[in-house]
Write a protein that binds this ligand. Structure first.
Ligand code: GP9
Ligand code: MN
Length: 653
């Protein structure tokens, strides 16, 4: 019996050494990437653990540390080795140690360039990662070999140990099984309890909507992230693969064919932009209710107001985004499809093929580039952009440090540096820029709080107005710079907003801009309206009040550029003089005359129909065609994305 316990304790010591070594390697990754444990030390962790168990204190600090989760993950990947006889256990642990070290090192090198982790989406697209400008060698240092240092020592030690000891002395199988199971249970608790706590406190969204790999990592740790990512991949592509039935495929194709059969109207705008460059700018949280408005005698957006007079301005455009926020707006504008009901198409289906704006311009001899001075991994952009047809993606790594305002360099600097990059592009080009400064929570440094707002609305609204006012100034600087560089005259320049501010509600102090703030229409105006400016050289300014959305931007631009083919687009040309319809991602619909506000259960009868001229509710049957349009278009668009249908249709053409 004594011998049994002796061999068991050897096995446990070996196992303990393994857990500590791999645990240390995970903290090494944290140090290299300046994430997680670098903010919350091990000593603190023990202090909190003591407080949690002894004084019953809150679990949150422990959860934030992610140390428990990380050690839990190490145990969960390895507890089964305790079932084995000592020799086999040692070999299994050495192999596991090697595999985990390799993963940690690969993530480290990858992180140095992309500030992201290697996910299944990355692995599946490894061939397309042309954006990795510098060679892997530059990202790797000899010091990184420290990660294998223990193995270099442990392998000869193991050989020595095997020579010196007999293979006979092992704990009996039942004892090994019990020990292994106990370790597994402890690992499961360490791993799942903090995650459970996080989900309980409202964190479920992170796993449902998965904004970025790094956000998941901050809660699950490195190994937990890879576990979740593998699970998500299997769930999405193998277990619960959204099969699009043959009938749905046929229906979707028929819908696009029918749409393409309607002869396109050759308006006076047709081909007015032929051969010109396109510079399209997506402005963060820019809403239409601030355009052409003054407050205490000050214009909120003086530069855009001036631009409006010289541009085609669309005053009844709405964002169509859902939980993919900025990425949804980019997606709708560049593919003319609806964003997904949950999660971002950028994250969930990064490899799909579309009749996208960059790919169409590319086919027409254009150079293409995307510009966003933020982490390339956010919203999976560096994976998605090359796939959509952008030749180049300029992310934060390609910008000089500049002045920090909000999340990154201020938009003014962003526009100036981006214009310098435009100069090296081959003309004609399509450049897509995503501005960022006016991001929630909109707080601006004092020197950029240039509006006198005193007691206007509430603090949220005041912050928002200051930040959009700054962005407007940045737009002014940008336009001047484009003029100076000789780009203004041969480029179509587009500005539009990505989505709502996130907190505007009718009937609150923030909603002072709603035309009538107590009803659903007032809410619609403050929540969903975004501006759309299309400046075309030598084309007179004009205001259009046709209802539209982000999916209409591409068909409208293609009309202006004279590139109209049978593409698979959901949107319509806003210049064709016909009546407009906009379908919101959550099922509501607005035309030029009616507004159908859908219910959460998406049942027609439970929604409300408004007559826009009287602003009164009318019988819901009047809105039935709107409702049917929304159900049909949203489900077709979803099928197209789930089944990657456009890519298949393109291949069979
Ligand atoms: C950051 C930016 C974030 O890259 O896109 O925007 P969000 O989706 O949070 O509005
Ligand atoms: Mn956004």
């Amino acid at each position: 019996m004594k011998k049994q316990f002796k061999t068991l304790s050897i096995s446990l010591i070996i196992y303990g050494i393994f857990v500590v070594l791999v645990g240390w390697k995970l903290t090494w990754f944290s140090d290299q990437s300046d994430t997680l444990f670098s903010q919350f030390g091990i000593v603190d962790m023990f202090k909190h653990m003591y407080e949690f168990f002894i004084n019953n204190e809150s679990f949150s600090p422990l959860r934030k540390g992610v140390l428990l989760v990380s050690f839990g993950a190490v145990i969960l990947t390895s507890f089964w080795t305790l079932f084995l006889k000592v020799r086999k256990q040692i070999i299994a642990l050495l192999i596991l140690n090697f595999i985990l070290s390799f993963i940690i090192l690969a993530d480290t090198i990858y992180f140095r360039y992309f500030e992201d982790l290697i996910s299944s989406a990355v692995l599946l697209q490894i061939k397309q990662m042309s954006s990795l400008g510098s060679s892997v060698g530059d990202l790797f240092s000899w010091n990184d070999f420290i990660i294998f240092f223990d193995l270099i020592l442990l392998i000869p030690l193991t050989i020595l140990f095997f020579k010196k000891t007999s293979n006979k002395s092992n704990a009996n199988p039942a004892l090994r099984l019990a020990t292994g199971l106990l370790a597994g249970a402890a690992g499961a608790w360490l791993f799942f309890y903090p995650l459970h706590d996080f989900v309980q406190k409202g964190g479920a969204y992170l796993f449902d909507k998965t904004l970025s790999s790094m956000r998941v990592y901050e809660v699950t740790g490195l190994l937990g992230f890879h576990g979740f990512d593998t699970y998500k991949y299997l769930d999405e592509y193998v277990l619960n693969k959204k099969e699009v039935s043959a009938k749905d495929r046929k229906d979707a194709k028929a819908w696009f064919d029918e749409k393409n059969e309607i002869p396109s109207i050759k308006t006076p705008y047709f081909k007015k932009a032929e051969g010109k460059n396109l510079i399209m700018v997506q402005l963060e949280a820019y809403q239409s209710f601030i355009i052409d408005k003054s407050i205490n005698g000050q214009e909120i957006t003086p530069n855009l107001n001036k631009l409006k007079k010289e541009s085609l301005y669309f005053n009844d455009i709405h964002h169509q985004t859902a939980s993919g926020r900025t990425s949804d707006a980019e997606f709708a504008a560049n593919t003319s499809l609806y964003p997904l009901p949950t999660g971002s198409a950028y994250v969930r289906y990064p490899r799909n093929g579309y009749d996208s704006l960059p790919s169409i311009f590319k086919q027409n001899g254009y150079d293409t580039a995307a510009f966003h001075a933020y982490k390339p991994g956010f919203w999976n952009r560096y994976i998605v952009y090359p796939n959509l047809g952008f030749n180049e993606f300029h992310s934060i790594e390609d910008y000089k440090e500049g002045e920090q305002v909000g999340w990154a360099i201020g938009d003014e600097d962003f526009f100036l540096q981006s214009t310098d990059k435009l100069k090296s592009m081959k003309e004609p080009f399509y450049s897509f820029m995503i501005a960022l400064t006016s991001h929630y929570p909109y707080t601006m440094p004092a020197k950029y709080q240039n509006l006198k707002l005193d007691d206007v609305g509430d603090a949220n609204l005041r912050n928002y107005l200051q930040s959009v006012h700054y962005v407007d100034k940045a737009v002014g600087t940008f336009i001047d710079k484009l003029k100076k560089e000789g780009l203004w005259e041969n480029s179509v320049v587009v500005f539009y907003g990505d989505h709502d501010t996130g907190y505007m509600q009718a009937n609150t102090k923030s909603s002072i801009f709603a035309r009538k703030d107590a009803d659903a229409l007032g809410e619609l105006e403050v929540k969903d309206g975004i501006p759309l400016f299309i400046h075309v050289p030598d084309v007179e300014g004009k205001e259009f009040d046709k209802a539209g959305g982000q999916v209409d931007i591409m068909p409208t631009l293609l009309h202006l550029f004279g590139i109209e083919k049978e593409y698979h687009h959901m949107g319509n040309n806003l210049l064709d003089g016909k009546k407009g319809t906009v379908v919101f991602r959550y099922g509501s619909v607005k035309t030029d005359d009616l507004y159908y506000k859908s219910s959460y259960d998406l049942n027609l009868q439970n929604g409300t129909c408004y007559d826009l001229s009287s602003r009164e509710t009318v019988s819901v049957e009047k809105c039935q065609p709107l409702y049917e349009t929304s159900v049909e278009e949203l489900s077709i668009s979803d099928d197209v994305i789930y089944g990657n249908l456009i890519e298949q249709w393109q291949k069979t053409k």
